[in-house]
Design a protein around this ligand. Structure first.
Ligand SMILES: [Zn+2]
Length: 348
């Protein structure tokens, strides 16, 4: 039988098959994506948190939490932990990410290891083109704008010793806020008169934030404490460690108030983390991508919706990029599954 050249119709059917296959694969991929996404829609968080409190401590490394005073830096010997409430009372009833002894890792988002890019990571959940503290305001949606768009401006309260965060995230003027900032000299003037020490601005910011926590009428309360990082850059280890002890007391106040509100039936969740860690030895005061230790971050969570696993968390390596989605999920919003730190959550 002689071979005949393929007819025009045959050629069309071959191309048709090929294209049909491509389209079928494409439809399957979209279908799979939809099924993954809809897994959240079919199992939404039935009882979201009424309030999530996000507290950041700027440039706090884990050493003083778990090993106490650093013998290379301290003049005296000290106790095993400078944050006894945090490590011995809060975390065991909550969850902690970043404890290497338990195989858990919590890392930087933006790799540069300085503050503003890291706050971008926290509030956007993604990489941003920000490589210095003075970079311009964030483009696109953030955790803050999403909370405002969904629940209204009254749902957010924003308090930060690092005042540059307000313009960086375009916090609207109508939102309850404190942004002290290095350029704001009110506290400095006050301090010259009455005697200022590092940690006092944080104390002022925390006290106002605490009043708003007690009012129990916000969806998201952000508390940004910064003076640990200033003490680090000034190489004032005594101040750094004193402020850590003060932060421990703030957490004790917060947890007591959260427990009180939970007992009344409210659902309140606390997330505590840092924007970057620090170096060690003579580099203890510094942090950036090239300084070892900068990327050894940690995150702790406590309260409603948090699985009480303590330090014993198994899951993928996490980073600051996962904070936003986790908070949005706790607030009952739709988010991508992979970004939610489900290993520390009570998911129904
Ligand atoms: Zn710094």
């Amino acid at each position: 039988m002689a071979l005949e050249p393929k007819s025009r119709g045959d050629r069309f059917s071959t191309w048709g098959l090929l294209w049909g296959g491509v389209v079928a694969i494409w439809i399957c991929a979209i279908g799979a994506e939809f099924l993954v996404q809809s897994a959240w829609h079919t199992h939404p968080l039935e009882t979201p948190s009424d309030t999530v409190i996000l507290l950041t401590m700027d440039g706090v490394r884990m050493h003083e939490m778990f090993e106490g005073l650093d013998p290379d830096l301290a003049k005296s010997k000290g106790e095993q932990t400078l944050m006894p409430f945090f490590t011995k009372e809060m975390v065991p009833l909550g969850a902690f990410l970043g404890a290497r002894d338990f195989g858990s890792r919590f890392e930087l988002g933006h790799p540069i290891g300085i503050s503003m890019p890291s706050y971008h990571s926290i509030f956007t959940g993604r990489f941003t083109w920000c490589f210095r503290n003075e970079c311009g305001p964030v483009w696109g949606q953030t955790l803050l704008s999403r909370v405002i768009d969904t629940f209204g401006q009254g749902a957010l309260a924003f308090f930060s010793t690092y005042g540059d965060l307000c313009p960086a995230f375009s916090v609207p003027n109508d939102v309850t806020q404190i942004c002290l900032g290095r350029s704001n000299n009110v506290v400095e003037n006050f301090s010259e008169t009455f005697g200022y020490r590092l940690g006092d601005k944080d104390a002022a910011v925390f006290s106002v934030a605490y009043v708003h926590v007690k009012e129990a009428n916000r969806k998201l309360i952000y508390v940004g404490l910064e003076e640990t990082d200033i003490a680090g850059h000034l190489d004032q280890y005594d101040d750094y460690t004193r402020i850590l002890r003060e932060y421990d007391q703030y957490l004790q106040f917060l947890v007591a108030e959260i427990d009180r509100q939970i007992a009344t039936g409210r659902r309140v969740t606390l997330i505590v983390t840092t924007d970057h860690a620090r170096g060690s030895g003579e580099n203890w005061g510094q942090h950036r991508w090239s300084i070892k230790g900068t990327g050894d971050l940690w995150l702790a969570a406590y309260g409603s919706g948090i699985r009480p696993v303590g330090f014993d968390v198994t899951g993928p390596n996490r980073s600051l990029y996962d904070v936003r989605a986790t908070i949005e999920y706790l607030l009952g919003l739709d988010v991508a599954r992979a970004d939610v730190m489900s290993e520390i959550l009570e998911i129904p």
